[in-house]
Design a protein around this ligand. Structure first.
Ligand SMILES: [Zn+2]
Length: 319
């Protein structure tokens, strides 16, 4: 009888899609799948569906542990979701739910932290020590690596770039702040602004297609979004002095529409060269980063004989 191979399960939960991947102890990727999140059905249902999808692999692989990348804000100490606006999840013990479903230990990581770790170690951030990764899709998020270390902030919920104010128009954001970047440059903002100007409801991707086909309004909407992104990037770079800014997320598939205005803002306002690069992991940043994070946590834990309980930080208290 063949011995089952020991593997880790990395999961990247998004508002609409959830992807998961099995990796072995040498970081070799063995299985990848993407499914709809169906947030309204709840986390238990999502955990069960991932479990069921992996049944076909269960003859070959034995899952040792799970790393879950999830949008925040999260309570990493207790392995809980505080609030995920896109799915309506509030105060959910996500680590406990996955642990119960799979019967193995699990840890939670902020999706922005996972994404920046992925690009830093495996993608466009390789070779640098100080990078910003900004993901622009339905919303805007990202992460920061400073001196070779991901910056997590006091609670692991740092780098909420989508919610820094870049204007003073007084547009109220769902986060409670006003004039957040997300209201001007995210995929949903592009859709909303285009609809306001034309009365046509289209996806950001279709608006990009229209812009490339000569739709003047569509082109202008992307240009304005680029200007706002440039302002935000410039502000962040003034604080951190990055070696490279890495842009990812669905909206960046149309980067050529944003690039002239992003660069114009940076040239006018910055004066020094800012290296801008596009992501290289095609939306798998979160999975790669979650896998990396888990291996690092295991190394730390094994070195002091910690045991696996709920939540990655709890391990440190479970001696
Ligand atoms: Zn906001």
């Amino acid at each position: 009888m063949n011995r089952k191979k020991d593997v880790f399960l990395c999961i990247d939960i998004g508002g609409t899609k959830t992807s998961f991947m099995l990796i072995d102890q040498d970081d070799k990727r063995l299985f990848y799948q993407k499914i709809p999140t169906y947030g309204k059905l709840g986390i238990e249902a999502l955990a069960k569906r991932i479990f069921d999808e992996l049944q076909s692999e269960s003859e070959n692989y034995k899952i040792l542990e799970i790393a879950i990348s999830c949008p925040g804000p999260l309570d990493l100490i207790n392995g809980r979701i505080i609030n995920v606006a896109t799915t309506g999840w509030k105060n959910v013990p996500i680590v406990h739910i996955f642990k119960k479903q799979f019967g193995v230990g699990a840890l939670l990581i902020n999706d922005c932290t996972a994404a920046v770790l992925g690009e830093y170690h495996y993608g466009a951030g390789r070779g640098y020590q100080n990078i910003l990764y900004m993901s622009v899709s339905t919303g805007i998020g990202g992460g920061i690596v400073m001196n070779g270390q991901v910056y997590e902030g006091k609670s692991g919920n740092s780098a909420e770039f989508g919610h820094i104010s870049i204007e003073r128009d007084g547009k109220v954001c769902k986060c409670g702040n006003v004039d957040c970047l997300e209201l001007y440059a995210s995929g949903s903002a592009i859709e909303k602004i285009y609809y306001t100007l034309t009365g046509n409801r289209m996806t950001a991707r279709d608006i990009a297609v229209a812009a490339k086909s000569g739709d003047v309004v569509a082109k202008k909407v992307y240009e304005e979004a680029g200007t706002c992104l440039g302002i935000a990037i410039n502000n962040l770079n003034k604080i951190f002095d990055f070696e490279a800014i890495i842009l990812g997320g669905g909206v960046m598939e149309s980067y050529e529409l944003l690039e002239p205005s992003v660069k114009e803002v940076l040239e006018i306002r910055n004066g020094t060269d800012i290296q801008i690069k596009l992501q290289q992991l095609g939306g798998k940043q979160g999975l790669y980063g979650a896998g990396y994070y888990m291996r690092q946590e295991r190394i730390k834990r094994n070195s002091v004989n910690h045991c696996v309980e709920t939540g990655n930080k709890v391990w440190e208290q479970a001696l």
